[in-house]
Design a protein around this ligand. Structure first.
Ligand code: FES
Ligand SMILES: [Fe+2]
Length: 369
């Protein structure tokens, strides 16, 4: 049998996109690499948690599983009695019971297994039956706290951040910070989950290039101004700017904006490793790429609207169709990369520099001890 032709044993891709081969297919199929990505990439990156509208007043508590299906880290977000937002471990420091199972309003957190209590900032308060225990309570009896950051009203957390939040969102903030994000309202009818039978990184690869658009989404091609479609590579993010074919669909950019004078219909931000923040004149669509298994990924679409009157071009049925077209092709790739006869390809210099950058980041963070 002819096995996969290997271009080279060197798995580090070339920093020049025109000279580089794509990453070997084992990055999408090897269970060990999948596990390594959870610890070295997902546990060390910033993940979107929720928005401040859900934690308006002291006492509000939200349970949140970071990386549902993958990392599966049980956390909770609280607004404590000093009005401070916190992200805490949702695991009791006694014998590990989950503390909070749904959104609630509390004065303190009480474990329902043996009654241990914590304040909303995670400090141990009391534990019935522990009267004669030595060196108790110790700092390890408090709930571990997880770093959080905010982009406008949107809250992110990271278990062990390998890079700063500012480095992740700095450029995005400069370009879209002028939008009325605070006034945006969550739209349940425009938000949904999809499940794709493919590796999480394949879904990201597909998002990061426009080369497939005329083939996979022929109906979209008429709407997009492909001449005005650009990609900008930032250290930890990749921006695709969609030009407006019709000036009525463009953002009203303020004079001091770096893109003032251009006709822009959308800013598509990919934030490493697994988030897409798509900004339109009417609102924002966040897509979270959540690995559930090596070949199964949940895509969470979360939509916020600030100007319904500008949604004329937006059609939920078109969005759904585009998503199904992407999913189908990504699932085909998942079957293809398992082949014994395929290992690596090449990048289009013009269209796939975003994919190349994403792969460089994958390799960099996977090899970080
Ligand atoms: S596990 Fe929480 S008090 Fe025992
Ligand atoms: Fe697509």
């Amino acid at each position: 049998m002819t096995l996969k032709p290997r271009l080279s044993d060197d798995e580090v891709i070339n920093s020049d996109v025109a000279k580089s081969a794509t990453i070997p297919s084992k990055y999408y199929t090897d269970p060990e690499l999948y596990k390594l990505a959870q610890e070295r990439i997902f546990a060390r990156s910033w993940q979107y948690a929720t928005e401040t509208d859900r934690l308006k007043v002291p006492g509000q508590v939200i349970s949140w599983t970071m990386g549902e299906g993958g990392l599966n880290e049980p956390l909770m977000l609280t607004r404590d009695n000093d009005d401070k937002l916190r992200c805490l471990s949702n695991v009791c420091t006694h014998r590990g019971a989950l503390l909070v199972e749904s959104d609630c309003h509390l004065k303190q957190i009480r474990c329902r297994y043996h009654g241990r209590r914590f304040s909303l900032d995670g400090q141990f308060q009391s534990a019935p039956g522990f009267e004669d225990v030595c060196n108790f309570p110790a700092p390890s009896d408090n709930l571990p706290s997880v770093p959080t950051e905010q982009f406008d009203k949107f809250i992110f957390a990271s278990l062990h951040p390998a890079f700063s939040f500012e480095d992740l969102i700095g450029d995005m903030n400069k370009r879209v910070g002028f939008l009325p994000l605070k006034q945006s309202q969550f739209s349940a009818k425009d938000s949904r989950d999809y499940v794709v039978n493919a590796n999480w990184a394949l879904y990201c690869d597909n998002y990061l290039e426009g080369l497939h658009v005329p083939y996979v989404h022929p109906s979209l091609t008429q709407l997009l101004d492909t001449k005005n479609y650009t990609t900008e590579i930032q250290p930890l993010s990749i921006l695709q700017v969609g030009g407006a074919a019709n000036p009525c669909d463009a953002f009203d950019l303020p004079e001091e904006h770096p893109d003032y004078g251009k006709s822009i219909a959308a800013y598509y931000y990919f934030l490493f490793p697994n988030m897409m923040w798509n900004f339109y004149p009417w609102g924002l669509s966040i897509n979270l790429v959540l690995p559930m298994a090596i070949d199964k990924t949940r895509i969470k679409f979360i939509t916020y609207i600030w100007d319904e009157s500008r949604m004329a071009q937006y059609s939920p049925t078109d969005i759904d169709k585009t998503e199904r077209e992407d999913e189908q092709v990504v699932e085909l790739v998942q079957k293809g990369v398992r082949s014994r006869l395929y290992d690596r390809g090449r990048y289009s210099k013009h269209w796939e520099d975003g994919v190349h950058h994403f792969h460089s980041l994958l390799l960099k963070y996977l090899s970080l001890e």
